[in-house]
Design a protein around this ligand. Structure first.
Ligand code: ADP
Length: 495
């Protein structure tokens, strides 16, 4: 009988399940979207039960569609939207509030207040994270302070906190497991990434009781079992990682100096920095990539808020094309960008500008500017932004960075990847398996039970499409000069 690892990929907009066989090929896949809840301006929530029900449903669909049913599943790996925060009652298993999603900005004011009190450095040194509403700590504090009875429940010892991986483990084990892996813990802003412990001073700062925290476990290796009645058989859970870390693993970036970029709605760049936690001087995040026994692998991370989303905007709001993939042929119709520079600061600008008042701007329009030029400029803008992050990485990391492994929906675009290679003067390797996130945690779970060997997985690395820099140095210099000028002019637009 063909055997599989079942990968559960719990994302921000959908839950997916994929069964991977011994050759890391997909045996079956199922996905389901669930509702996004926007109760207030800049608030984003999910119903915890909707997360669980959609994840369980797709898992069962996949199990039911493979030969051998549950008998063919060797173990489960879980990867998830990071930072999203759930608090539940340990006795009843019921969530006491909706999941507060990573995108939610309700605690921005609270974080600003802490910043004004000078707490940023203190937090950054321990966690590698920027004091921001993005991470779990301020979201937990918000629920504790705003939902009646929550603190009392914590005092009784009956309150549990978890990121989405913890919530799924709790549900899969019917309350036996209250765990999170080190990569997810490193995004909470409560976990000290150097001592590998929940940090008492941070818990004090955010006024969060330690009793609600999950046990931190390895990312690779068996950490528990599903309860028998869930799938009809106990199945080991042997891999857990946050989505970007899982993608890094799935890209086989296992050694120091290896890097991946995921081109999705945003662009997420992660560089494996090995056994040392490298502290960024240029406003990038330090994070745990994965933990296995005593070995911890660290990474440094930079993200671009608006990546493929700028193509989505041209498609949906400007109606330039029907499918995002049509952007490639349209852009190819123009020989070059025709002098157009598009700064897609549709949601402000991130690292290293951190300017929430920047707005999307298009420069260089003349009477001969066409849709093709604008589309080309939009695609190029994704690359310029990634290039900026690469420049920051090079300031922080002294080793040699000469390749990027890429994945994600927009990485299907050849023009985009060739321009990235040209503008960053770097070789790009596109994997044939674009599902790096779910694949990565399947690798972790498979290695964790001996289903995959590291040696065999490394052989899979052979089939990649590569892009090499072809651009003349002077042209690159001119383009970068214009881009930097365009960014300056887009900044500080709103009051
Ligand atoms: P996410 O996981 O963030 O939802 P995906 O990896 O599915 O994103 O990628 C979808 C994003 O990539 C969308 O923003 C879409 O506009 C963009 N995209 C998809 N295909 C292409 C393409 N061929 N060229 C450029 N952009 C694309």
């Amino acid at each position: 009988m063909q055997k599989y690892i079942l990968s559960l990929d719990q994302g921000t907009t959908s839950s997916r399940a994929i069964a991977y066989d011994k050759s890391a090929d997909i045996g079956s896949v199922s996905s389901q979207e669930f509702d996004q809840i926007y109760p207030n301006n800049a608030w984003v929530e999910h119903e915890p039960e909707a997360i669980w029900n959609s994840q369980l449903k797709v898992a069962k669909t996949v199990i039911g569609s493979i030969d051998g049913d549950i008998e063919a599943i060797e173990s489960i790996g879980i990867t998830n939207q990071r930072e999203t925060t759930i608090l539940w009652n340990r006795k009843t298993g019921k969530a006491i509030y909706n999941a507060i999603v990573w995108q939610d900005r309700r605690t921005a004011g609270y974080c600003e207040k802490l910043k004004a009190e000078g707490k940023h450095e203190f937090i950054f040194k321990k966690t590698g994270l920027f004091l921001d509403a993005y991470f779990s700590a301020s979201k937990i504090a918000w629920i504790l302070d705003n939902i009646e009875g929550t603190r009392a429940l914590a005092l009784e010892g009956n309150l549990a906190f978890g990121t989405v991986d913890s919530w799924l483990c709790w549900k899969l084990s019917k309350g036996n497991l209250h765990i999170t892996d080190a990569s997810n813990a490193s995004r909470t802003m409560l976990y000290n990434i150097h001592t590998l412990k929940w940090d008492e001073e941070l818990l004090d700062l955010f006024n969060i009781p330690a009793s609600i925290l999950p046990k931190v476990v390895d990312s690779i290796g068996i950490v528990g079992y599903t309860e028998k009645s869930i799938f009809g058989k106990e199945i080991p859970i042997s891999g857990i990682a946050g989505d970007q870390q899982a993608a890094l693993f799935g890209q086989l970036c296992w050694n120091e100096g290896m890097m991946k970029c995921t081109y999705g709605t945003g662009s997420f760049i992660m560089l494996n920095t090995g056994k040392e936690a490298l502290v960024s001087k240029s406003k990038l995040l330090t994070t745990i990539a994965w933990k296995r026994g005593d070995e911890v692998q660290y990474a440094i991370e930079g993200s671009v808020f608006i990546g493929g989303a700028v193509i989505q905007w041209l498609r949906d709001e400007m109606e330039f094309f029907k499918e995002a993939s049509d952007s490639e042929s349209l852009a190819e119709a123009a020989e070059d960008n025709g002098g157009i520079f598009f700064v897609p600061a549709l949601a402000g600008l991130g690292a290293p500008y951190w300017d929430p008042f920047a707005r999307g701007s298009i420069f260089g329009i003349t009477r001969s500017t066409s849709k093709a030029h604008l589309t080309r400029a939009a695609l190029e803008s994704i690359c310029f932004q990634v290039n900026t992050i690469l420049g920051l990485l090079k300031l922080d990391y002294k080793g040699n960075i000469d390749q990027i492994n890429v994945d994600g929906g927009a990485s299907a675009n050849n023009l985009l990847l060739q321009f990235q290679s040209d503008i960053s003067d770097i070789e790009i390797l596109r994997t044939n398996k674009l599902e790096s996130t779910s694949l990565g945690v399947a690798f972790m779970a498979g290695i964790g039970i001996g289903f995959y060997s590291e040696e065999n997985l490394l052989k899979l690395n052979e089939s990649k499409h590569n892009f090499k820099p072809e651009m003349d140095k002077m042209i690159r210099k001119n383009l970068l000069g214009k881009w930097n000028e365009a960014v300056k002019r887009a900044m500080n637009w709103e009051d």
